[in-house]
Write a protein that binds this ligand. Sequence first.
Ligand code: FES
Length: 106
Amino acid sequence: MRVTQHPILGDLEEEKKVTFYYNGEPMEGIEGEPIAAALMNAGIRVFRTTAKRHEPRGIFCAIGRCTDCMMVVDGIPNTRTCVTTVKEGMKVEKQEGLERIRTKEQ
Ligand code: FES
């Protein structure tokens, strides 16, 4: 499953494959596609857990309106992965509750 037309990000023009990392594991994506789409294509459905009840959340609105797809991207928490494009070498991590910005020492 690939998203080739997105209401926020636009059309996916070319299919240049990139490697990004999900929880340290290398994965393949297409440059310019939403991170969420690349993860869904790889079979990943849970992107974060809620802060209080630790319930799983995944993609819901797909247009940046809810918070269900938030993950830690290159150390930055609360990144909406449905409207953030995948890039070569990007580090994507499942978010547990409310995360804080990670520093290199952590
Ligand atoms: S799925 Fe709603 S903001 Fe991404």
